[in-house]
Write a protein that binds this ligand. Sequence first.
Ligand code: E4P
Length: 215
Amino acid sequence: MKFFIDSANIDDIKEALALGLCDGVTTNPTLVAKTGRPFKAVIDDILALVEGPVSLEVTALDYPTMMKQARELRAYGDQVVVKLPLTKDGLKACKTCFDEGIATNVTLCFSPSQALIAAKAGATFISPFVGRLDDISTDGMSLVEDIVRIYENYDFETQVLAASLRHPQHVVQSALAGAHVGTMPLSVIQQLFQHPLTDIGLQKFMDDWKKVPSA
Ligand code: E4P
């Protein structure tokens, strides 16, 4: 499973790259707003750092403006993946992007039926939002499992990008379900390292090492 970092924060992206755990980046308008910086400055910094796919989201709701923004975003670089919402206009734009060779990430997916029509529209990635479904007492991970199965049934090329991952179990379950990609904030990446038995074991090794005679 590829790891994308879900962030527009340059320091977080640098840290994920240094850890070797950043195959790409996903952003959204909320994450860009959190940086307090202009969109263009954020994009320039991310694209200078990252070689993998970088999802940048359109902010228009209508097809013509979405396509205008999609072409503008793609002009920033070949690694740009245009993030489109799962609406009628969004999927219409997805189909046009497919025809024009522009990679897409269809976002805000909350049902298998939405994922099915996104694949038929030629989405490069589909983003089921696991945590936001869990937030409303619905099993977000079963959505990922259903989409993986549906796509496998018909050999769709659309990659399942498990999004809104909030903790390590979401990451593990996404991998078990066969998601192609998991996107997560740096805080979740850091949690993946942690195990109390690693800390206890390391402490014992350090303590015992002090007992080894020097000569
Ligand atoms: C992914 O593309 C989304 O930006 C993100 O995963 C949403 O996560 P959240 O539900 O924690 O905001």
